[in-house]
Design a binder for this molecule. Sequence first.
Ligand SMILES: C[S@@+](CC[C@H](N)C(=O)[O-])C[C@H]1O[C@@H](n2cnc3c(N)ncnc32)[C@H](O)[C@@H]1O
Length: 182
Amino acid sequence: MEEWLNSKGEIILRELGITNRQHILDFGCGTGVYSIIASRVVGNTGKIYALDYDENVLKELTDKIKNQNINNIEIIKSSKEISVPLKSNSIDVVLMYDVFHLLDKDDRVKLLNEIYRILKKNYGILSYFATHIGSYGIQLKKVQDLIQKIGFELFKQFKRPMFHWSWIEEGTVLNYRKIEKK
Ligand SMILES: C[S@@+](CC[C@H](N)C(=O)[O-])C[C@H]1O[C@@H](n2cnc3c(N)ncnc32)[C@H](O)[C@@H]1O
């Protein structure tokens, strides 16, 4: 775990498409494991928006940010309702990691539409770490169909050791591109 948090995780996020200077939304960031690693990759000229509705996890993340002198993570405390207070066409990558299964059907559609709205035209990436397949009503084929219906196309699929809850597991990450609607 230590090795993943200190070095391997950064290599993996780069492989998943995160680069210097990007603006990233970590939706349902929890205590910010991915936000913090991504903040190292995007550097001082990039930015991470770490969004969650749970005050307790955000407090933990706030403490980590202070202790580690991180200055490129902005915390967004949301309500449980899906709304993302970011400008349209402004975000390079949205991390939707281990959170989609927690939403009900309507919220899944609302979230995907919000992600579509905020992602940059042509380049914006929705990166989905597909956890809990086969439970929480998550059937990968159906989720993929829904994501495509909203206006995304799958362009890369990865199998990588991923942080999940409090362990590292071999995970599936699907990267989608926003397609321009006519
Ligand atoms: C299992 S944790 C995953 C945390 C992090 N993404 C990771 O992979 O380590 C799911 C997080 O999503 C948050 N979450 C669930 N539904 C949400 C919603 N509607 N709006 C914002 N955050 C939400 C929860 O509060 C929780 O912190």
